[in-house]
Each structure stands twice: as structure tokens, then as C-alpha cells.
Design a protein around this ligand. Structure first.
Ligand SMILES: [Zn+2]
Length: 201
């Protein structure tokens, strides 16, 4: 159902904090949030891409609507509800319900390797409710799993858990194969995750 393919066609790219949305087509548009960026398209042959190195590349397709989305969600964007805003925008712009989306969360840093201040984890809980799979506090710090946090948030918005899949390993654990901002001390490159509708599909 979910097609994540390479395209020899225009690709909409953006960096972590800077949206660069080329106006190839009027049906492609973007929403920029604080560290959370979404691009959607209903046009076959247009690839939407996100660059990450520990943050979550969230790729979605609503197959019955012929629409795809790509979301960048770091911890700030995840906390701010980048995924929720994307779902809301899809509903508002295209009438797509959250339950129509199939979502893939690409390689990103796992709870195994992502220690953050306890205050950050608590902000997730305060805003989105308890998420014991995603946030495990231990004193002044805790382990935060961004993909699990986004999964909990998405399920809370009405996306069936069976329609959300994590693809790939923890980027810090697998830093030989994937770029990891934290593991590299901020010197990492970026993974490129792409989604689009095939012209022949
Ligand atoms: Zn790890």
C-alpha cells in the first residue's frame, strides 16, 4: 500500500529549519511550524522529501485520496504537534480524515540513545498525555523515543495503530549506516526520505 520510491522527477526538499518549497505546482504546499514542517501533494510524479539525522521523517499516504505528505518532526516539532497539524491541514484542505492515512516513520533516534532533560519529557506528557512507551523518566533526565511519541500522538488523533509503521533502526545505534546528529556530535550528514505517487500507479 505504501510506496516510498525514488523519482527522476522534481523533488521538494527542505532542511531542518528552513522550508524551501519550490512552487512547481499549485497543488503542492507547505505548512511551517517551529521545527516542524509539512509538505503535501496530490500530484503523481512529484516526490516530497525530508532531510533528517535523528529527527523523525514522517511519510504518509491517503491512498483513496491520492494524496501524500512528508513531515519533519524533531523533538520540538513533535511536542508542538507537527503531525497533528499535518492531519488537521489535510482535513481542512482536502477533507481527508486522520483514519485514512497510512504513515511510515523513518529511521530516527530511539529511546535507547536519546537522553533528554526530564522537563522535556514532562512537556510531552502534559500536552499529549502519558506515553510510557515513548518516555521513561529517570531522575533529572529520561529516555525519549520520538517515533513512539509521534505514534502515540497520531493514534490519539484517530489514526489506527495498524496503519503506522516504524521503518529502519535507531540512527544512533546504527550510526555506521545512518547519519546521527547526536552520535556524531553535530557533524552528521542527513538521510533523505522521499514519498510520492507514481505516475503509473
Ligand atoms: Zn539507539
Amino acid at each position: 500500500m505504501l510506496r516510498v520510491v525514488g523519482f527522476a522527477v522534481p523533488v521538494v526538499l527542505w532542511l531542518t529549519y528552513f522550508a524551501v518549497l519550490a512552487a512547481f505546482y499549485s497543488v503542492a504546499w507547505s505548512i511551517e511550524m517551529w521545527s516542524g514542517i509539512t509538505v503535501m501533494s496530490g500530484l503523481a510524479g512529484l516526490g516530497l522529501a525530508v532531510l533528517t539525522a535523528d529527527c523523525v521523517p514522517l511519510l504518509g499516504v491517503a491512498p483513496a485520496r491520492g494524496t501524500v505528505m512528508a513531515v519533519h518532526a524533531g523533538w520540538r516539532g513533535s511536542l508542538a504537534g507537527a503531525a497533528v497539524e499535518a492531519l488537521a491541514a489535510a482535513r481542512q484542505a482536502f477533507g481527508i480524515a486522520p483514519g485514512e492515512w497510512f504513515l511510515a516513520l523513518g529511521p530516527s533516534i530511539g529511546g535507547c540513545c536519546y537522553e533528554v532533560e526530564a522537563a522535556i519529557g514532562q512537556r510531552f506528557v502534559d500536552r499529549w498525555g502519558a506515553m510510557p512507551d515513548a518516555w521513561q523518566p529517570a531522575g533529572a533526565h529520561g529516555q525519549l523515543d520520538l517515533r513512539r511519541a509521534n505514534t502515540a500522538i497520531l493514534v490519539g488523533q484517530g489514526v489506527p495503530a495498524s496503519q503506522i509503521v516504524a521503518v529502519g533502526p535507531c540512527t544512533a545505534c546504527a550510526s555506521q549506516e545512518y547519519f546521527s546528529h547526536r552520535r556524531s556530535g553535530g557533524q552528521a550528514g542527513r538521510q533523505l526520505s522521499i514519498i510520492g505517487l507514481r505516475r503509473d500507479g
